[in-house]
Design a binder for this molecule. Structure first.
Ligand SMILES: Cc1cc2nc3c(=O)[nH]c(=O)nc-3n(C[C@H](O)[C@H](O)[C@H](O)COP(=O)(O)O)c2cc1C
Length: 164
């Protein structure tokens, strides 16, 4: 009985100390980074999806439209992600903010300690990132990756350093 109680306390404590990663990825760039980071920090990377098909050129055009019009989508992901003490949310930039799935997730205010990583191809990312992150109380730290600058390793090293 005492042992069961102790195990529960230990389980709860471990859960509270943990970090998970929640990512969206259309063309797998964010997925690769999320899975690599997860391996390095011993976290689980959970994928967030929505009820839309973003494949191919048509998906890109649809994505531009959904991002510009701030459209709602139905997100799905493993809710175990929300149980971690710190949640690293990773998304590609879609115009001025994250992909619509991640935007909808953040709007639902599901987690109160988010470290947010926004990655894009080539646009200057710091300003849109700071502007976007400032709207969310749950975002405690934020980071921008620009693939053209090949800075993903440097930025993700900073993410890891800030977790320590
Ligand atoms: C709808 C949409 C809008 C995008 N807007 C931008 C942008 O404004 N600036 C930019 O540099 N990249 C932009 N991108 C490119 C992605 O942010 C970039 O390719 C990202 O690394 C893709 O990540 P993923 O493979 O995980 O989906 C956009 C992509 C999509 C689909």
């Amino acid at each position: 009985m005492v042992l069961m109680h102790y195990n529960k306390i230990e389980k709860d404590w471990l859960k509270n100390m943990s970090t998970s990663i929640l990512y969206f990825s259309r063309t797998k760039e964010t997925k690769k980074m999320a899975e690599k980071l997860a391996g390095e920090i011993g976290a689980t990377a959970y994928e967030i999806t929505d009820n839309k098909n973003w494949d191919g050129g048509l998906g890109l055009i649809k994505g531009l439209f959904y991002a510009a019009a701030n459209k709602k989508v139905e997100v799905s992901y493993d809710k175990a992600a929300d149980e971690a003490e710190t949640l690293i949310v990773m998304s590609p930039l879609w115009l001025a903010g994250p992909s619509v799935a991640v935007k909808n997730y953040l709007d639902a205010k599901t987690h109160s300690n988010v470290h947010f990583v926004l990655a894009n191809h080539s646009s200057p990312i710091d300003k849109p990132l700071a502007k976007f992150a400032s709207k969310y109380d749950g975002i405690k730290k934020f980071y921008g990756i620009t693939h053209k600058l090949e800075n993903s390793e440097e930025v993700l090293a900073q993410v890891k350093a800030d977790l320590a």
